[in-house]
Ligand binder design. Sequence first.
Ligand SMILES: [Fe+2]
Length: 235
Amino acid sequence: MQMLQLNDTGWAKTYLIYDQDGGKAAIIDPVYDHVENYLTTIEQMGLDLEMCIATHTHADHITGCFTIAESVGCDYVMWHSTPSLGVTKYVDEHSQLQLGNEKISFYHVPGHTEDSMLVVTSNHVFTGDFLFTGDGGAGRDDLPSGRMRAHFDSLKVMSLLSGDLLVCTGHEAPGVEFQTLSWNRLHNPVLKMSNYSEYVEWQNNTTAQLGYVSKIKVALPANLFGEIPEEIPWL
Ligand SMILES: [Fe+2]
């Protein structure tokens, strides 16, 4: 599977995955602000968009999934327990979605949100805000439906996956490069923790430095109910 990160600005990452031979594509975690650019890129690449996937209900941006799924007529995919409306295809641990010659599978990793999932292809794992690269550790657990203990327990799921997978996360600080899961097993502190109290200390320290999520009051209702406000304060 080919992969392209689409966002030039902001810290959120959006991924286009596609099967070069058949031209079938999926977009993972599109941001509403950039939807027009995504659609232009997909058209210019001659790809056929089959699905939008959200790794979880985002609190820091409005998802582009509603808008893209409606304008292209493709599926909107999320974990089956999500409270978000507008989803057309609910997946669980048994789901395998075909994209051209490739299969996409899913793992439930609650903690950052209850509906967080991993999206796994033959060569990538898309982690959303469940896991970041290296020192980035893991996403915060203090947002609605976040549970610190669940997040720590979910980290065990990473041991089921091949170390060769490239880890593609929902946010990275500027300049952070993609690394494999094997590399992250050596360099990501949360993957090396064996006891919960160590994780609690790391998570509390990290969250204390992050501050308030500035778009939460607009983004969360939009992402849950599919109602994009007429006036978006940052656009
Ligand atoms: Fe998030």
